[in-house]
Write a protein that binds this ligand. Structure first.
Ligand code: GCO
Length: 454
């Protein structure tokens, strides 16, 4: 297997390497300087929803440690830093008045990136909806889409001329299906009708926000980040193959089609249109905005069995648990070829703008031994997946950059702090950061890419 380093010369010299984080997962300072609660504060504080009843109250205390964290990113020879704005820090109630201390924090953070030569790749929504909007139904209520567009305009006016790009949503699949159908993420509902209303209103919010961003700053590169699934039937039997096709329509095409084709998949409409908001058709042109880029977050494939329960909901698919495969410590299968296959397949099926790999990484929970974290399995995962990305690029996929998830261990949503995805270890008792072996390996790759431009 060729390694990333041996394949690096296959990438353009302007290809960028970066690291990614998200506000609620790293900032902490949850009740400080005017920030009001988000649905994730409420979900975590409710108890029983997050491992160990962990929350983002303190997290990695990035709100106070952002300067040394930016120094850390620079020391890893990175070109770019992907972070998210916390809506409840910028517009605490979700609508109306902005919070000057919140604006000031992101002013310092973005200027700090620029001073260190780090391109700021920002996300508007990484799941921390202001709780004040949730009391009106949050994303299941159409008004939230318009509040989101107002928020997008505020961010663009304050920061747009300094950002390398602005992403509307990180993984709307998580903030709709994981949050409203499976109940695993905030606000923890299990209702197909609420799921479809949330999914559609988030699509609408995306389209409205792109219009506002472009009206405010036409030059600001604008896109969306999707966690598409690499779907395979668990067996060769026809029922599993049909279930895999249905699964792909529900979990991938219900996002890709409205965003990039201007309509929902026909089968999705046949099966589920009655759960969409009234007059949903009238929103399709707004949703279908031209984008400068899109982001792909990828970790693991999914293998599908048919769900033959007569009461099963569409898409009537179940995730199989294959035997004898390599897994990370969160239980996700490691199969880098499925990453390459997904990228090639999606560009065969859709007309898409260039893509950034906005998240890829491994949950490996190694702890320091004599101050050293020898996370060889994460290094191997990154090497295999960056190599797979380069092969997809050689096959014609217009990939422009790669962001490792994550800069540092952080609040892993329902898994709390038990699951570690960082290139840098965080001792949460002391907030001490320790670069792991994988971090040093990734830094060497970044250094090699920088050297190609010298
Ligand atoms: C996601 C989120 C990240 C996660 C990471 C590991 O993709 O789910 O963007 O916030 O922490 O992916 O699950």
């Amino acid at each position: 297997m060729q390694t990333s380093n041996s394949l690096l010369s296959c990438l353009p010299e302007d290809f960028i390497f970066g690291v990614a984080t998200a506000a609620y997962q790293i900032e902490g300072a949850a009740q400080l300087d005017g920030r009001r609660p988000s649905i994730w504060d409420d979900f975590a504080h409710a108890g029983g929803n997050v491992a160990n009843n962990d929350s983002g109250d303190v997290a990695c205390d990035h709100y106070h440690l952002w300067q040394s964290d930016l120094d850390l990113i620079k020391s890893l020879n990175m070109d770019a830093y992907r972070f998210s704005f916390a809506w409840p820090r910028v517009i605490p109630t979700g609508k109306g008045a902005t919070n000057e201390k919140g604006i000031a924090f992101y002013d310092r953070l973005i200027d700090g990136c620029l001073e260190r030569g780090l391109a700021p790749f920002a996300t508007l929504y990484h799941w921390d909806l202001p709780s004040d909007l949730q009391q009106y139904g949050g994303w299941t209520h159409r008004d939230t889409a318009f509040a989101f567009a107002d928020y997008a305009e505020v961010i663009t006016k304050h920061f747009g001329d300094r950002l390398a790009s602005l992403t509307t949503f990180n993984e709307p699949w998580c903030s709709s299906i994981l949050s409203y159908l499976y109940g695993v993420h905030a606000p923890g509902k299990k209702d197909i009708s609420l799921t479809l209303k949330c999914l559609h209103n988030q699509h609408l919010g995306h389209g409205l926000a792109v219009q506002r961003i472009k009206n405010t700053n036409p030059d600001l590169a604008t896109g969306i980040v999707l966690n598409l699934q690499s779907v395979y039937p668990a067996t060769n039997n026809e029922a599993d193959k049909a279930a895999a096709t249905r699964h792909e329509i529900f979990h991938n095409s219900a996002f890709l089609d409205p965003l990039f084709k201007g309509h929902y998949p026909a089968e999705f409409i046949t099966e589920l249109a009655h759960h969409l908001p009234e007059k949903w058709e009238d929103d399709l042109n707004t949703i279908h905005q031209p984008l400068d880029f899109w982001g792909l977050n990828y970790y693991t494939p999914i293998r599908i069995n048919a769900d033959d329960n007569p009461n099963a909901l569409y898409p009537k698919s179940l995730a199989a648990s294959p035997e004898n495969c390599e897994r990370t410590d969160i239980g996700w299968e490691v199969a880098a070829d499925t990453f390459e296959e997904l990228m090639i397949k999606v560009y065969e099926q859709y007309t898409l703008p260039p893509v950034y790999i906005t998240e890829n990484g491994a949950c490996i929970n190694d702890e320091p031994i004599d101050g050293v974290i020898s996370d060889v399995r994460r290094q191997d995962y990154l090497d295999q997946h960056i190599s797979a990305m380069i092969r997809a690029h050689k096959a014609g996929v217009p990939v422009r950059g790669y962001f490792a998830w994550s800069l540092m261990d952080n609040f892993e949503w329902a898994e709390g702090y038990d699951m570690r995805f960082g290139l840098v270890h965080v001792d949460y008792a002391t907030q001490k950061r320790t670069i792991k072996q994988s971090g040093y390996w990734y830094a060497e790759l970044g250094k090699a890419q920088l050297a190609r431009r010298a």
